[in-house]
Design a protein around this ligand. Structure first.
Ligand SMILES: Cc1cc2nc3c(=O)[nH]c(=O)nc-3n(C[C@H](O)[C@H](O)[C@H](O)COP(=O)(O)OP(=O)(O)OC[C@H]3O[C@@H](n4cnc5c(N)ncnc54)[C@H](O)[C@@H]3O)c2cc1C
Length: 380
């Protein structure tokens, strides 16, 4: 086996033996035990794409997407929480070596979580409308604003915060800052959804004239927005991979149950009308998985088709899973509703997956704009 196959097998074992037994309580309000984060750190999950000489595993995007899928098959929230800390860690390493030296030990060991904060109460899809503002002061920056719906924000120690710099406006004025969420002037809150996914750790914070050192500016105005656009293609793609994994895991759960549960004298699986539900889901999954694999390959290879494939893969994977999960749940009868099975959790996760890293309508708009660049469309 290759190093990457060995690593993926270890992650799958972790998901099966350490995550699966405890996740059922999380969607009912509990949160992951820190020992699981330490176990994830031992598997190198906070530094998958980080070079080895920086303490990471030195793998590529394809490995990260595979790890995300393996974890999401058990719990989407846990997978997203891990990958969000990973991404902030990588961003620090690439853009702020001095800060990285300070934060990396905590981040890579699972002791410190991190988040990436774009969304605000009045700015979601329209990122350029964000209102958080950073003003230069003699000894650095002062930042004021509000963020909400941020994965890990309820417990993270560090956030990459996107804010407008100086008096500028529009996308070109957006810069990115590393903000210590324990600093004076930071007040945080938990953000709960009706679909309980507490392992996501969603929350927000208010920054009230928070002082930052000069080196906190990690992406200057003019570069941050472009960086968001490029990184978000990767995020859309691993979300698509996670949706495929959740649908795949659900099909397996239902198929296994259908072989043991009897009705009218034979296993459910032996009733043709019953197994067609599974066959349809399996067929649509094969198509969306193929599209997702193409997107993963394009992102990994830095291919120019990555942008459109990432948007298409996310739309297709979310919608395929949203279409099939209710039917799969129904196919298990009342048993499917028990939290010990992941079906209701995956169903709820799909609503979050539809929004994170780009909602469906703006993604379709992007597909249209990239497919017919001459036509008049709104900017996304
Ligand atoms: C579970 C979860 C985790 C998240 N994690 C993070 C995070 O870690 N960091 C972060 O910064 N953000 C995060 N978000 C926020 C997420 O990025 C936003 O929810 C998303 O960008 C959509 O913004 P919005 O919810 O404000 O919806 P809005 O922008 O208000 O849009 C509302 C609806 O209108 C549609 N719409 C918007 N504009 C158009 C248009 N031009 N044409 C047609 N339809 C349109 C959208 O598709 C959507 O259906 C998270 C969200 C969720 C639910």
């Amino acid at each position: 086996m290759t190093a990457r196959a060995d690593h993926l097998a270890a992650v799958q074992r972790f998901a099966r033996t350490q995550l699966a037994p405890v996740v059922a309580g999380w969607h009912q309000g509990a949160v992951p035990d820190p020992t699981l984060l330490r176990a994830a750190a031992e598997l190198g999950l906070f530094g998958i794409e980080l070079p080895k000489d920086a303490g990471g595993l030195g793998f590529d995007f394809a490995q990260k997407a595979a790890v995300c899928a393996a974890l999401a098959a058990v719990d989407f929230g846990f997978a997203m929480s891990i990958v969000n800390t990973h991404n902030a860690t990588l961003r620090l390493h690439l853009s702020a070596p001095d800060l990285a030296a300070h934060y990396l030990p905590g981040l890579l060991s699972g002791q410190t979580a991190a988040c990436t904060a774009l969304t605000e109460p009045e700015a979601g899809t329209d990122v350029a409308a964000l209102q958080t503002r950073a003003t230069q002061i003699p000894d650095g920056w002062m930042i004021t604003g509000q963020k909400d719906w941020i994965i890990n924000a309820r417990h993270a120690g560090l956030s990459i915060v996107f804010a407008k710099c100086g008096t500028g406006d529009g996308a070109a004025a957006i810069g990115a800052f590393a903000v210590d969420l324990t600093a004076p002037g930071v007040t945080r809150h938990a953000t709960d959804a009706g679909f309980d996914q507490t392992s996501l750790g969603t929350g927000g914070f208010t920054l009230d004239a928070v002082k930052l050192p000069p080196e906190a500016l990690i992406l200057p105005a003019g570069t941050a927005f472009l960086s968001i656009l490029s990184e978000i293609n990767g995020a859309r793609t691993y979300v698509a991979a996670m949706c495929c994994a959740m649908l795949d895991a659900s099909i397996t759960t239902v198929a296994t149950y259908g072989q043991t549960r009897h009705s009218f004298g034979k296993p459910l699986m032996d009733h043709q009308a019953w197994r067609l539900t599974l066959a349809q889901a399996q067929t649509d999954l094969a198509a969306t998985q193929a599209l997702t694999d193409r997107a993963v390959a394009a992102i990994t290879g830095d291919d120019p088709t990555a942008q459109i494939l990432a948007a298409q893969a996310k739309v297709h994977a979310v919608q395929t899973a949203q279409r099939h999960l209710p039917a799969l749940l129904h196919a298990m009868g009342a048993e499917g509703l028990r939290p010990v099975h992941a079906l209701t959790r995956h169903l709820a996760a799909m609503q979050s997956a539809a929004l994170t890293d780009g909602a469906i309508a703006p993604l379709l708009e992007r597909v249209a704009r990239l497919s017919w660049p001459g036509s008049r469309q709104t900017k996304d």
